[in-house]
Each structure stands twice: as structure tokens, then as C-alpha cells.
Design a protein around this ligand. Structure first.
Ligand SMILES: *[C@@H]1O[C@H](CO)[C@@H](O)[C@H](O)[C@H]1NC(C)=O
Ligand SMILES: *[C@@H]1O[C@H](CO)[C@@H](O)[C@H](O)[C@H]1NC(C)=O
Ligand SMILES: *[C@@H]1O[C@H](CO)[C@@H](O)[C@H](O)[C@H]1NC(C)=O
Ligand SMILES: *[C@@H]1O[C@H](CO)[C@@H](O)[C@H](O)[C@H]1NC(C)=O
Ligand SMILES: *[C@@H]1O[C@H](CO)[C@@H](O)[C@H](O)[C@H]1NC(C)=O
Ligand SMILES: *[C@@H]1O[C@H](CO)[C@@H](O)[C@H](O)[C@H]1NC(C)=O
Ligand SMILES: *[C@@H]1O[C@H](CO)[C@@H](O)[C@H](O)[C@H]1NC(C)=O
Ligand SMILES: *[C@@H]1O[C@H](CO)[C@@H](O)[C@H](O)[C@H]1NC(C)=O
Length: 909
């Protein structure tokens, strides 16, 4: 089987354009990561396969000994893999998964040539380095602390650095041969350059961009080419190389949907943390997917997952153009979109109404009285319906040019490829409102646009009262399916100005947990400088206990409750407080697990490392409880806009609840939790909050906790309605009718595109409503005419020829998984032509895989398969109607299911 769907993209996204992501990382056919029990010679190991496997990457490192290999004959790959797994010298073997290149939606870019003008456009101008003010990074600058002597490794698309490696080369796309070299420069993507600038940009640039830890030594491990994916074998290699190069901190703004800390990449990162090097990973940009959508490798044990809050300032790099009202000329800034043929466009403005608070401005078709708009630039307010719909309404009246004015601070780059439209742009809300006022008073507004690529740019900073300082709507929510607390804490990642490759404009404003994570890495370096320790646990505990939780906020309106711990972790990092804290906690958070595994009594240690005695008092501060489901019968977790929050808090008892510690003393505190009452446990509420630890020295620490008031094991994980058989070519996944005959490629040839295109393969679509640690699929024979069918085994009461290749599938995220099937089984054999159905079993969370009742089960409709045979059999060809000449249906008697069934009938008579 070939998993078709691409993985969720982490990283930089525009906050405004989130959709619920349900894709899962793709598996690379025939490629496996092998971990050795003990060190062994990789070349000798590969030679054992006698030419049937080649080496992808030698993965022999201090903390991981193994290799990734590619079976040449992918036909027998699973069988070989199964054999390898049984070797006593092998600890484990797992398929190579691919993670896509950081997709960034760039909000705006600008270049060195532009004069720096900070100008107020409908907002307020303050410090452009508000991310530093928000996290107290400026205090380190004032104290001259820059992260000097600390090595930070950035695993990304590359950047300019002092150490590191390019593991892949420009042309790498995830499927072809990587071409490693020693120069990890990012000249085609930009993501890595932006990330590196957040950590260590030097202050000699026109926009005054300053890295948070300018003094660090930066290492870059480039794992993406200009386009495409990376396999987790290269990610594992990059992490180990970064570790062995003596990095003090490793940061990666990469990931994909998971929710399982057992994921192999996550497990390797955990191991590096255990060996003393902190690893921060962006929490993911799938906030829209709701609760329980943790991303790997951020979801690894001891891996520090970084959530994002929005910048309190929205910076924008705007292209300069002019407009005239009453023949008075003024300049304004805009962001070009797609299309963008703005060169020398000079037209008057027109707008459908003058209401600057109209939520759905331009969403309805324009009235009949509308003039022909071909001689105007149409001004439309952003909001409610899509940009494309708004553009279509304008174009229907002849418009060729559209400018959107924003309904939140700043601008963004809009894509609206509508036939008839020549150019689109965005302007700040203030400019739009000013123009509308002029139009309303009957004035003519003449706008002289400029080519956004070549126009001079200037930086404008807008106050962000809508979301500044609150959790970014895109930031992914935990916890993991096993109720480990994720994310750990947050830093600013929404609306971040940083460096960008020269070819792409030199500077850019990007949004994503990708932008939050490097700031956290820089903060680790600063805290290391001040405290003189590099211990991951100590620093994570300090950052967690001193972080500031904030209220939940949606669409510019704050809720009365603190945002749930599965969204914000410990809260917004306060780096200076962490560096200076004299009270230390022994943990960064507590999980009380779910009701079935309720672990209400837990302990942690409070240490007073200060020079005088402190009296502490402990209290419980609840955060909003988040219902996983919208209703008791719902199968799929609610997406973010409809996640219901309540103020039913857990109660906690502390022993002792107040105590005094002399200088250097410590004390164990016992916490006893009582889950909140009055909740509908069928809707799987995730409760959370903070243990406030207030000291008489005016210290105020908090320790996040969470738990699930309900049973994860009782939750249905398999969405049976959307688990079905479709045609491989059908991207809409429509279920096929019973007894459809699929014509598969000749055995072993499904990997050849030409054959695939002629074949008609079935596609198994498995939809998981919640994560499942294991999916098994049985190929159930419905005819008895083949020897294989006659010898079918029985597993969990189901007759089976075995599982298709790729099954069982371990540690699956929630969402839709798609597998095209070419008839191959996990043992490498092909099922004979015949009539079959597939039985799908998904293991419940915390389920015992040896018990059939621990799975959700469904089955597909019956279907028939037969195989194409190759052209060389044409001599004895027997064309079937509609078949192309090159590919003929085989002549062997048992190669058609109909023949097989006819035989069966004959036998029965
Ligand atoms: C801009 O910020 C300053 C300082 O916070 C404040 O006094 C002023 O009223 C603000 N101006 C506007 C237009 O919001
Ligand atoms: C924009 O262009 C106008 C006219 O060329 C010029 O006067 C103004 O200074 C420019 N503004 C910025 C911010 O570059
Ligand atoms: C403008 O639109 C808003 C939101 O739709 C509406 O509440 C308000 O009444 C409108 N104002 C006018 C003057 O039509
Ligand atoms: C508007 O005018 C242009 C140019 O005269 C013409 O080509 C176009 O068809 C008109 N569009 C509409 C919707 O009337
Ligand atoms: C919750 O309990 C299960 C079952 O004992 C365990 O596997 C899991 O690790 C627990 N989760 C946490 C966060 O302790
Ligand atoms: C603990 O300190 C915080 C922050 O200063 C404060 O908001 C809270 O009220 C204090 N709690 C108690 C129980 O004193
Ligand atoms: C599918 O084919 C089998 C065997 O020919 C037949 O018994 C069954 O009724 C068919 N099912 C449907 C839904 O047509
Ligand atoms: C199968 O396809 C993959 C990806 O396109 C390719 O790398 C591999 O070489 C192919 N294998 C065979 C046996 O053709």
C-alpha cells in the first residue's frame, strides 16, 4: 500500500487562514530506519541483504546506533523488514516517514534599500521588538547578556552560521537522493533565515531587527531542499549530528500531526534531552483542530513544546504608493497580493457601501445600480466570506483591480486568482477607513499604485489590541493521547519581523509556532548565561514556574477564564524572572491522567536557593475546562471556534499548604486532586489550572496541571462512516458500490507511474476520530477458489490472508489516512485475484492490542480484484473490452475473480 496523504505542515502560517488539518505524515515506500541493539558495521549490515537493500543514511551516533536502508525491491520490503526485526542484533525497525517543507505564508517582506520610516497608520507606534519586551529579553540586553559561549543548533531550511551541515542540498525533495555538503545556507526558502534572525540577528540593519541572543554561536542543520519533504531518518541524523557537535540547545520548527510520544523521531529527541541537551520544538499550527492534536517531535517526553502568542505589535513591511484627495497628494503603504499587475495603475476608488464596520462587506452580489467598475479600483473591507468571493462579486461588475482594507491590525498578502482580475492588494484598516470617509463625503480618491516588487518599502508598526499578548489562534492544543501535558509554555510567534534571504527581500513578517520556538531557544541560552547551568530539566522548570498564564481570547474578546493548559502550557515565558528565581520547583507540570487512570496524589519539591528564609503559601487557580466534543454523541473533537469552555475547576488540597523554608532548604509538597464536578464526562472535558506558589519574598510562581474528566478508553477512535473503499484516483473519496472489480497493476509494478495510471486500484480510506496506537487491517477472502483463501488464518474471529503492506500501522494521529492498495500483503506476497473485503480494526486509547474487544471495527464493501499483466504476454493476448493494447488481462485461468467464482460454483455442483 502506498500512503497517499501528505503530512501536516508545521511552521509559519498566516493566523487568518487556518483550516482543520487532518493529514498524516506519508511513509516512504521500502525505506526503513533500523536501530541496532549494539554498535555494528553498517556496511557489513547492508551487505547482508546481498544487493537487495541500499544504504540511505548511516545513523551511528553516540545516542543512536543504526542505519536507514532502502529495499530495492519494494515488493518484498515488508517481508524483509519483518525478517530484519527478528534479528537479535536489531532493537527496532520502523518505516521512514516524510515531513513536508515549512510552508510559510509570508505576511510581508522588504529590503535594505528602503528608507526606514516608522509611521503610525491607524495604530500606535511602539518598540518593534515587542517580542523581547513581552518576554523580558530586553532586560538581558540591558545587562549585557547575549548568550555568549552557548551553541544553538537550528534544524531547518538552513541559515548563515558558524557550524553545521547541509544534509540534503537544494534539489532534495524527500524522494530523491540527498546531496549533502558543508554549507547549510538558505538561499531559496527563507524559513531558516527568519528563524535564525529571531535568535541571533545582528543589529546593523535598517529595521533595527535584533536577535534575542546575538552572542550565541549558531549551527545550522539543513534538512530541506528548496521544495518537498524530509524523511525522519534525516531528522534523526540531524539531531544526532547537532548533539555530537556539542550544541547546548537544539531547536526545530518542524513537525507533523501525531499525539504519541512513542513516535520514533520524538523518542530520539527525548533521548538527547535525557543526555543533557534541551530540545525545543514548535508545538504546531493546528489550533483549529481543537483539543488532542499534539505534533511530533514536540510531543516527545521531556521535549519542550513551544506554543505561540501574538505579538502586541503587528509590524508590516509596506510598499510605498500615493493617493490624491482634493488634488492633495499623500503616500500610503500596501502589501501586494496575487495577481499583482499594479504597475502604473492610477484609478479612482469605488466601494459598495460606506460602512467601515460591515462584517460581510462585499459578500453579496453588487446591486443592479452598480456602475461598470472597469475604470475603478474597488475598495472592500476584509471579513466574513472569502477574499475570492468578494473579488468575484466585484469582477462580475467589470472590476479589474481590488484593494482590501484590513479588519485587524497590519496587512497580509492575499491570493485571489479570479479570471478577469489583474491585481489585488491589502492596506491597513486606518488607510481604508480614511478613504471610505472621503468617498462618503462625495470626494474623489485617486489611487496611484506601484509595482509591489520594486516599490520602496517601509516598516509600519500597528498596535494589536485584537490578539496581542494572547494565544495565537493557530497554536496547536495538547495533551497527547496518553494525557502528557503539551505544550510546555509560549513565546511570541504571531506577527514576527525578522531577517529573510536577500533574494526573497531580506526582511519578512511571518507567523507561526515556528517563530515562537527560536525565541524560546534564545531564552534558554540567556538563562544558561545567567544561571551557569545547562540542565534541560532545571531550565524548563524555571521557565515554566515563572511563565505568565493569560486569559483565553477569541475574535478579540477575552473569556473570563485563563486559557486552558493544553493551549498555553505554563503561559508566556518571563525569561528574566526565570534567570533570577531563587525558588525552584522539581517539575514543570503535573498530569492527573484520565478517570480510568486517575492519579490524584502527586508530589513535587519546592527549594529555596535564596539567602534568606521564605514563607510560601499554595493555592489553586483554575483555568478554563475545554470540552473535547461539542455534544455527548459527537465522534470528532470540536474544532477551535466551537471548543466549549467552562469554569468547572478541579479542587486541589496541599500538604502542607503553607510552610517556611530557610535559605538552602527544600520541602516535598503533596497535592491531592479532586476532578471538577458538574461536567458531562461523555464530552471528555479536559480540565486544567495552576498551583500558585506565593512567597513572602514577593515571588509568585505557578505550576500547570491538567487532567481528563472522563475515560479515554471509552472514546470511539474509528470513524466507521468515513472508513471506506474508494477508487485510488478519486480524490473525493466517494465510496464504491459493492462488488466493483478493480484492475490492479501486475504484481510488483505498482510503483511505476505508467502502470498506475492504467490500473484501477482500490484505496482504503481510514478516518480516525481520535488517535489510535495501532490500526490492523485484514484481507478477508470471500471466495474459496485460491489455495491462499483455503489456507486463510483466523484472527479475532475474522478469516484473513494477512494485512496489507503498511499494516499494522503504529501511533496514528487523528484524521484521514489513505492507502492505495496494489494487492500486496505485509509478508510481501500478493493476494490472488478474487472477491474480498477489508476489515479495519483501530485500537482504543490505552487498549490491550491482544484483545479483540479493545478495537473499534468496521469493514468495507465486498470488491473484486484482478491484475493487469505486462505487454510481453501479448502473444497470447485476450483483450477485454476497453482495455488498452499495451496492457492485457492475463490469460492464466485463475487471474480473473469471475473465473475464480465460476470455478467455485463448478466445484460445488
Ligand atoms: C499610543 O500609546 C500611548 C502610550 O501607550 C498612549 O498614550 C496613546 O494614547 C496611544 N495613542 C493612540 C492613538 O492609541
Ligand atoms: C513614499 O513616497 C513618497 C513620494 O515618492 C515620498 O515622499 C515618501 O517619503 C515615501 N515614504 C516612505 C515611507 O518611503
Ligand atoms: C454597519 O454594519 C454593522 C455590522 O453589520 C451593522 O451593525 C451596522 O448597523 C451597520 N451600520 C450602518 C450605518 O449601516
Ligand atoms: C465594462 O466595460 C468594459 C469596457 O468598456 C467592457 O469590456 C465590459 O464588458 C463591461 N463590463 C460590464 C460588466 O458591464
Ligand atoms: C496515564 O495512564 C496510562 C495507563 O497507566 C499510562 O500509560 C500513561 O503514561 C499515563 N499518563 C501520564 C501522563 O502519566
Ligand atoms: C499569588 O500571587 C499572585 C501574583 O502576585 C496573585 O495574583 C495571587 O492573588 C496570589 N495568591 C494568593 C493566594 O495570595
Ligand atoms: C456481490 O456478489 C456476490 C457473489 O456474486 C453476491 O452474492 C452478492 O449478492 C453481491 N452483492 C451485491 C450487493 O450486489
Ligand atoms: C518507487 O518509487 C519511489 C518514489 O518515487 C522511488 O524512489 C523508487 O526508486 C521506486 N522503486 C522502484 C522499485 O521502482
Amino acid at each position: 500500500m502506498v500512503r497517499l496523504e501528505l503530512a501536516t505542515v508545521l511552521l509559519a502560517v498566516a493566523a487568518a487562514v487556518n483550516a482543520v488539518q487532518v493529514d498524516t505524515p506519508e511513509v516512504l515506500p521500502g525505506a526503513y530506519i533500523v536501530e541496532y541493539e549494539n554498535d555494528q558495521d553498517t556496511n557489513a549490515f547492508v551487505r547482508k541483504f546481498g544487493g537487495r537493500a541500499s544504504l540511505r543514511k548511516d545513523l551511528r551516533f553516540k545516542l543512536f546506533k543504526g542505519a536507514s536502508i532502502q529495499f530495492k525491491d519494494t515488493k518484498n520490503a515488508e517481508e524483509m523488514a519483518a525478517k530484519v526485526a527478528k534479528l537479535p542484533t536489531i532493537k527496532r525497525i520502523f518505516p521512514v516517514r516524510r515531513y513536508p517543507i515549512p510552508q510559510h505564508d509570508v505576511l510581508s517582506t522588504g529590503d535594505d534599500a528602503a528608507a526606514l520610516v516608522k509611521r503610525q497608520l491607524g495604530g500606535n507606534v511602539t518598540n518593534s521588538f515587542s517580542p523581547h519586551l513581552m518576554t523580558q529579553v530586553n532586560k538581558f540586553k540591558e545587562a549585557g547578556i547575549t548568550g555568549k559561549g552557548i551553541k544553538i543548533a537550528v534544524i531547518d531550511t538552513g541559515c548563515l552560521v558558524s557550524y553545521g551541515a547541509d544534509l540534503v542540498g537544494d534539489a532534495f525533495n524527500g524522494a530523491n537522493q540527498p546531496r549533502p555538503d558543508n554549507d547549510p545556507v538558505d538561499n531559496c526558502n527563507g524559513h531558516g533565515t527568519h528563524v535564525a534572525g529571531i535568535i541571533a540577528a545582528q543589529s546593523n540593519n535598517p529595521y533595527g531587527i535584533v536577535g534575542a541572543a546575538e552572542g550565541v554561536q549558531l549551527g545550522a542543520y539543513r534538512v530541506f531542499g528548496c521544495q518537498g519533504d524530509v524523511g525522519n531518518d534525516l531528522l534523526i541524523a540531524a539531531y544526532n549530528m547537532a548533539y555530537e557537535a556539542g550544541s547546548d540547545i537544539i531547536t526545530a520548527s518542524i513537525g507533523g500531526a501525531s499525539g504519541w510520544s512513542e513516535d520514533p523521531w520524538a523518542a530520539v529527541v527525548s533521548r538527547i534531552v535525557e543526555n543533557g541537551v534541551p530540545c525545543v520544538v514548535s508545538a504546531g499550527n493546528d489550533g483549529a483542530a481543537g483539543v488532542f492534536y499534539a505534533s511530533t517531535a514536540a510531543n516527545g517526553k521531556q521535549v519542550t513544546a513551544i506554543a505561540s502568542v501574538d505579538n502586541v505589535i503587528t509590524p508590516a513591511l509596506l510598499a510605498n504608493a500615493t493617493y490624491q484627495i482634493d488634488s492633495k497628494s499623500e503616500f500610503f503603504g500596501f502589501t501586494g497580493g496575487d495577481p499583482q499587475s499594479w504597475n502604473s495603475v492610477s484609478l479612482p476608488l469605488w466601494t459598495v457601501n460606506y460602512n467601515t464596520t460591515d462584517e460581510a462587506h462585499g459578500c453579496d452580489p453588487y446591486p443592479a445600480s452598480t456602475p461598470n467598475l472597469s475604470g475603478y479600483i474597488v475598495l472592500i473591507r476584509r471579513g466574513s466570506c472569502t477574499f475570492v468571493q468578494k473579488v468575484e462579486n466585484a469582477v462580475a461588475k467589470g472590476a479589474r483591480y481590488v484593494i482590501f482594507y484590513n479588519n485587524v491590525p497590519g496587512t497580509l498578502s492575499v491570493t485571489a486568482r479570479v479570471p478577469g482580475l489583474s491585481a489585488v492588494a491589502t492596506i491597513p484598516s486606518g488607510t481604508g477607513e480614511l478613504w471610505v470617509k472621503a468617498l462618503e463625503s462625495g470626494k474623489r480618491v485617486l489611487v496611484n499604485m506601484a509595482n509591489p516588487s520594486t516599490a520602496p518599502k517601509f516598516l509600519a508598526n500597528f498596535d494589536n489590541p485584537t490578539s496581542g499578548g494572547y494565544l495565537s489562534s493557530f497554536t496547536s492544543w495538547g495533551p497527547t493521547f496518553e494525557v502528557e501535558s503539551k505544550p510546555q509554555f509560549s513565546t511570541p510567534g504571531g506577527y514576527i519581523l525578522s531577517t529573510y534571504p536577500r533574494l526573497l527581500g531580506s526582511y519578512g513578517v511571518l507567523s507561526g509556532t515556528s517563530m515562537a520556538c527560536p525565541l524560546a531557544a534564545a531564552i534558554y541560552a540567556l538563562v544558561m548565561n545567567v544561571r551557569g547551568t545547562k540542565d534541560p530539566k532545571t531550565i524548563e522548570n524555571l521557565l515554566s514556574s515563572t511563565a505568565k498564564p493569560n486569559l483565553f481570547r477569541r475574535d478579540g474578546v477575552s473569556s473570563p477564564y485563563l486559557a486552558p493548559v493544553p493551549q498555553q502550557g505554563a503561559g508566556l515565558v518571563q525569561a528574566w524572572d526565570a534567570a533570577k528565581a531563587t525558588t525552584l520547583l522539581s517539575t514543570s507540570g503535573l498530569s492527573f491522567n484520565d478517570t480510568d487512570h486517575f492519579n490524584p496524589v502527586q508530589t513535587f519539591t519546592v527549594s529555596n536557593t535564596g539567602s534568606s528564609s521564605v514563607t510560601y503559601s499554595l493555592s489553586n487557580v483554575g483555568a478554563a475546562t475545554a470540552y473535547t466534543y461539542s455534544s455527548p454523541g459527537a465522534l470528532t473533537p470540536a474544532s477551535l471556534p466551537s471548543v466549549e469552555l467552562t469554569g468547572n475547576f478541579a479542587s486541589l488540597a496541599f500538604t502542607p499548604s503553607t510552610f517556611t523554608l530557610g535559605a538552602g532548604q527544600r520541602r516535598i509538597v503533596t497535592v491531592k486532586a479532586t476532578a471538577p464536578t458538574g461536567l458531562d464526562v461523555k464530552r471528555l472535558p479536559v480540565y486544567s489550572g495552576y498551583i500558585a506558589i506565593n512567597g513572602s519574598d514577593s515571588s509568585a510562581l505557578s505550576l500547570p496541571y491538567l487532567g481528563v474528566a472522563g475515560s479515554l478508553h471509552s472514546v470511539v477512535v474509528l470513524n466507521s462512516d468515513n472508513t471506506l473503499l474508494a477508487r485510488a484516483r478519486d480524490s473525493t473519496n466517494s465510496p464504491v458500490a459493492a462488488n466493483l472489480t478493480f484492475t490492479l497493476p501486475p504484481p510488483g509494478q505498482s510503483n511505476i507511474t505508467a502502470v498506475r495510471n492504467r490500473a484501477d486500484m482500490p484505496k482504503l480510506v481510514v478516518t480516525l476520530a481520535m488517535g489510535s496506537a495501532m490500526i490492523r487491517v485484514d484481507v478477508v477472502p470471500l471466495t474459496n477458489c485460491s489455495t491462499a483463501a483455503q489456507n486463510a488464518k483466523v484472527v479475532f474471529g475474522t478469516r484473513t490472508l494477512g494485512q496489507p503492506e503498511e499494516f499494522p500501522s503504529w501511533y496514528n494521529p487523528r484524521g484521514t489516512l489513505q492507502y492505495a492498495w496494489d494487492g500486496r500483503l505485509a509478508d510481501g506476497s500478493y493476494v490472488p485475484a478474487g472477491r474480498y473485503k477489508l476489515t479495519v480494526r483501530a485500537l482504543r486509547i490505552f487498549g490491550d492490542e491482544s484483545k479483540s474487544e479493545e478495537y473499534d471495527v468496521t469493514e468495507t464493501v465486498p470488491f473484486r480484484i484482478r491484475y493487469l499483466t505486462e505487454g510481453k504476454t501479448q502473444k497470447r493476448k485476450r483483450f477485454v473490452k476497453g482495455e488498452r493494447a499495451l496492457w492485457t488481462v492475463g490469460v492464466e485461468r485463475r487471474q480473473t475473480p469471475e473465473q475464480c467464482e465460476a470455478d467455485e460454483r463448478t466445484l460445488k455442483q
